[in-house]
Design a protein around this ligand. Structure first.
Ligand code: G4P
Length: 535
């Protein structure tokens, strides 16, 4: 490799940070995203992201379903620069559009920001996403939002995270008061207090009003009981809070925690600055050739998401590729590991919300969108130089199950073709009953929207109208030792056995208690919420 290319890659990696936000609906993800973009200069006035979301109904030629429901099916990638950094924010679909893509996006992220509502603490969707982050050992940064509203005590929130998620919490800053009495945050590294001003509306980037914690004006600014409380809690925090251990942060064992109010812009810049200091730069990825460093001279990357029909006029598909090593250049001809074919990557796209812009160059940590002429599947590797294959992306435990019926026998061929293509693309998981008499495929999905997308696309792309017969299960577990392990156990109760796409046994349970009961009865049976990767 030329020394110029190496220097270019080192520079690009040093200044890149990539993260995804994990949160429960309503915690403020859209608001925080918008404020981050505001500081990054990618937008000039807050409100634009939401406005885009609302505007889409009227103006875009987006997928018909999106128009009908006014939601985004896509996880988009927002790239913006801030100070000397290039930041990639991988937007995880949430709300009603929660799907397996939400999990897959985390496979392309180097860091996660866990956004919680300070009044509610940990909520179900956050917990689920946390499990995926934990599995990948992602560094997690916690932002407790909505401090301007009545909220729980910071020590209580901290305790919940430590107890429930098993993470050590390092408080980067500490709030003074909360709700009506929220006065600001104390930044422990600089020992400065950032004062919250309620008058700031938050649509423009604002500078904080900062004073030293030892400045006598602070006592005068706070009501006496609040000042006393702050001093007392601070002493407690300094006593119990562990020291910052960056290695533990990068291993996903310690979470730096911040407090703020995204709506009023408060604490967002403080968060961004610390995140850039403590966040992980693009990391090496495991492959068939061992770990591949981002500064490896040859380009490589993997597909973590496929999206169909972004533009119904062209019926195209876009493959989202996480760049892992080397430098990506437009029109490159790369090898496709699974098929051994060569693909020319023309018209690569940069993805900013719904705008698509052609890009010329990308570096490790970036995400590019490739027009996918049907050749890419989730987890595929593309590379230059000697052959390598990245680890792949597993299937995640579905929570919704339904038999997919084709009431029209003359459409048998189209139905089968559609089901198999949509499964290959990763739109949904397909399972089959262990009972040979029940031949209809079982759709298994993480979110309701996946089911709707499959039915919609079967009708629109394959001309088959289908029906769903819902099944009463909510939990799926793969049997680690396969059929052999299952046979050894003998008869089991309160579960049904189905086969996944690769013929492996999966147990479906009506609820988590039935699953726990089986585990209690048969501790020797090893069950997993994530499908083992197929080779
Ligand atoms: P989401 O994407 O995670 O679902 O959350 P979103 O940003 O849409 O925020 C959910 C609601 O919480 C919004 O109110 C938003 O304004 C509010 N919010 C976000 N951050 C803060 C904060 O720091 N403080 C306070 N007080 N509120 C916050 P909404 O009424 O649903 O929408 P809107 O009418 O304000 O747009």
């Amino acid at each position: 490799m030329t020394t110029e290319l190496l220097a270019e890659l080192i520079d690009a990696v040093e200044c890149r940070r990539n993260f995804a936000i994990i949160s429960h609906p309503d915690a403020g993800k859209t608001t925080l995203t918008e404020k981050l973009l505001l500081y990054g200069g990618a937008i000039h006035e807050a409100g634009s992201v939401k406005a885009r979301r609302d505007q889409r109904n009227a103006t875009s030629d987006w997928m018909e379903m999106e128009k009908q429901r006014g939601i985004s099916i896509t996880s988009t990638v927002l790239q913006f620069s801030y100070k000397d950094f290039m930041i990639n924010l991988l937007d995880t679909p949430g709300h009603q559009d929660f799907s397996e893509d939400t999990y897959r996006t985390l496979a392309a992220a180097d860091n996660a920001v866990m956004l919680i509502d300070a009044a509610k603490g940990l909520e179900p969707q956050t917990r689920k996403l946390f499990e995926v982050c934990k599995l990948r050992g992602l560094p997690i940064f916690t932002f407790a939002n909505k401090m301007d509203r009545p909220c729980r005590s910071p020590l209580d929130l901290m305790d919940e995270i430590e107890q429930e998620l098993g993470l050590q919490v390092y408080l980067v800053n500490y709030p003074i008061g909360g709700g009506d009495r929220f006065k600001g945050v104390f930044d422990r590294a600089t020992r400065q207090v950032h004062l919250f001003e309620r008058s700031i509306h938050g649509s423009k980037a604002a500078k904080d009003n900062i004073i030293d914690v030892d400045d006598p004006r602070l006592e005068a600014l706070l009501e006496p009981d609040l000042y006393a409380e702050f001093c007392e809690e601070l002493e407690l925090v300094e006593g119990v809070c562990p020291a910052l251990d960056l290695e533990a942060v990068h291993a996903g064992k310690m979470t730096p925690m911040f407090f703020g109010s995204a709506m009023t812009n408060f604490g967002v810049e403080l968060f961004l600055n610390s995140f850039l200091d403590y966040g992980l730069k693009p990391t090496p990825h495991n492959s068939s050739q061992g770990e591949i460093a981002p500064t490896h001279p040859e380009f490589s990357g993997f597909v973590f998401k496929l999206q169909a029909n972004m533009d119904p006029r062209h019926r195209d598909r876009v493959a989202f590729v996480r760049v892992c090593s080397g430098k990506f250049e437009k029109d490159m001809a790369v090898s496709h590991a699974r098929t051994g074919k060569t693909v020319r990557l023309s018209r690569p796209q940069k993805l900013f919300a719904q705008d698509r812009e052609v890009i010329d160059i990308a570096y490790p940590g970036d995400v590019i969108g490739l027009n996918n002429p049907g050749m890419f599947a989730i987890g595929d590797t593309i590379y230059l130089g000697s052959k390598l294959e990245y680890e792949g992306i597993p299937c995640f435990s579905p929570e919704l199950f339904a038999f997919l019926r084709n009431p029209n026998p003359s459409k048998f061929k189209q139905f089968n073709k559609g089901v198999s293509e949509l499964q290959e693309e990763g739109a949904v998981q397909i399972m089959y009953s262990a009972d040979e008499a029940k031949r209809d495929p079982i759709l298994a999905a993480v979110g309701q929207l996946q089911m709707e997308v499959v039915q919609f696309r079967l009708q629109n792309e394959y001309g088959v109208e289908t029906q769903l017969d819902w099944l009463p299960y909510t939990v799926a577990r793969w049997v680690d030792g396969g059929w052999e392990a299952l046979d050894k156990v003998g008869r089991i109760f309160n579960t049904v056995v189905v086969k996944d796409m690769w013929g492996r046994p999966v147990l479906l349970f009506k609820n988590i208690w039935n699953f726990q009961q089986l585990q209690g009865d048969h501790p020797e049976l090893e069950l997993s919420a994530i499908a083992p990767l197929t080779t």
